[in-house]
Design a protein around this ligand. Structure first.
Ligand code: ZN
Length: 369
């Protein structure tokens, strides 16, 4: 009995060795075809900027983003009216149907934004800008020199008031921060409304900014901002939103023009358009996953490879890696996909560049987390 157990343990060790260290055959039992180079059943993909696509629907190739040039033509600005036609959204935005926006009595955010948006259009066109007034659904891959989403907030607490302006959390244009700054300065000085510092993740992860997930969203290089113009639920703000629409429209148009007067070459995050060459060497560590995603169904540690330049890649090991065995250095080869093609892309910060379907990790300890 003891002997049988020992044999089973020995077989287990052999199998582990074969699984973990590919190319070191346990020759006595494996056919040559299992270890010969040309019988390698891991697909070998050429890493090619023309074929590697980003966005969950594969809407852009890395090559086309890397060689991006602004289309010819006059200055163009998209002015989105928050919640407008939210009952006519495409399938991918179906969840928006329920979100009709803030209201107080008969005063609705949507109607106020329609009125203010129209005034912004007139102001910008008078200054020579082409304006697209857009509903809740943004045209696919929407390209413009600036995209502004107009909203007004609401709160159970009727004393809550003020304006707030935010850009995309993942800003590939590298310009949105400046757009936000121009708008904030103009809006504060012209409207004199107080600044509300409760900028939430929901604002920075606004669906129309979320091109990795939705086709009906801005182009990665469209600078964007969401403007919460004030609180519909606050008496002072509400009166301002109803009676001072010209002032609000001028403030927004001034902010946009201030931004448009500056240099606007897209400046994507470092490394985001680079394709790594395999194999990648580095240290296996827990990838910097968002802490608030550590629920019961989410592993606390998603293994990632950190290369010497500090770049993180996600790994998909066939077995989970025991956190107690981290960190260790290794060489990884496999298929590379950009991180923003992952359904859970928004779990990770910028520095996770992509996803490596690993085929070889030399010293992994296989164990449940
Ligand atoms: Zn809104």
């Amino acid at each position: 009995m003891k002997r049988i157990l020992l044999s089973l343990v020995a077989i287990g060790i052999v199998i582990s060795a074969v699984v973990v260290v590919r190319g070191v055959p346990s020759a006595m039992t494996l056919p040559f075809s299992a270890t010969e180079e040309d019988f390698d059943n891991e697909p070998v993909e050429l890493l090619d900027a023309e074929t590697i696509r980003v966005g969950q629907g594969g809407w852009y190739t890395i090559a086309e983003l890397a060689s991006y040039k602004r289309p010819e033509g006059p200055l163009r600005v998209g002015v989105q009216i928050g919640h407008l036609d939210n009952d006519k959204v495409p399938e991918e935005l179906k969840a928006l149907t329920a979100n009709t926006g803030a209201s107080f009595g008969t005063v609705t955010e949507r109607e106020l934004m329609k009125q203010i948006g129209e005034k912004v259009r007139v102001e910008l066109e008078a200054r020579g800008v082409v304006v697209d007034v857009l509903p809740a659904t943004v045209p696919p891959k929407y390209e413009a020199d600036a995209f502004i989403a107009l909203h007004a907030d609401g709160n159970q607490n009727r004393r809550a008031r003020g304006f707030k302006i935010a850009g995309p959390r993942r800003d590939y244009s590298g310009l949105s921060e400046r757009l936000v700054s121009s708008l904030t300065t103009a809006y504060a000085s012209t409207t004199k409304l107080p600044f509300d510092d409760t900028i939430t993740r929901r604002m920075t992860a606004y669906y129309a900014f979320n091109w990795p997930r939705y086709e009906h969203a801005i182009h990665p290089f469209t600078p964007a901002a969401i403007v919460e113009t004030g609180y519909v639920t606050n008496a002072v703000d509400r009166a301002f939103l109803i009676n001072q629409q010209d002032v609000i429209a001028t403030a927004i148009a001034d902010g946009v023009m201030d931004f448009l007067a500056t240099e606007r070459t897209p400046n994507p995050p470092a490394g985001s358009l680079e394709i790594p060459s395999m194999p990648l060497s580095g240290t296996v560590v827990c990838a910097p996953i968002r802490a608030d995603r550590g629920g019961t169904t989410t592993p606390e540690c998603v293994p990632g490879l950190k290369t010497s330049d500090g770049t993180h890649y996600l790994l998909e090991p066939k077995e989970r890696i025991a956190t107690t065995s981290l960190p260790f250095t290794t060489t990884v080869r496999g298929r590379y996909v950009p991180a923003n093609t992952l359904p859970n892309y928004f779990w990770f910060p910028y520095e996770v560049r992509g996803f490596i379907m690993e085929s070889e990790i030399a010293t992994v300890t296989v164990a449940p987390l």
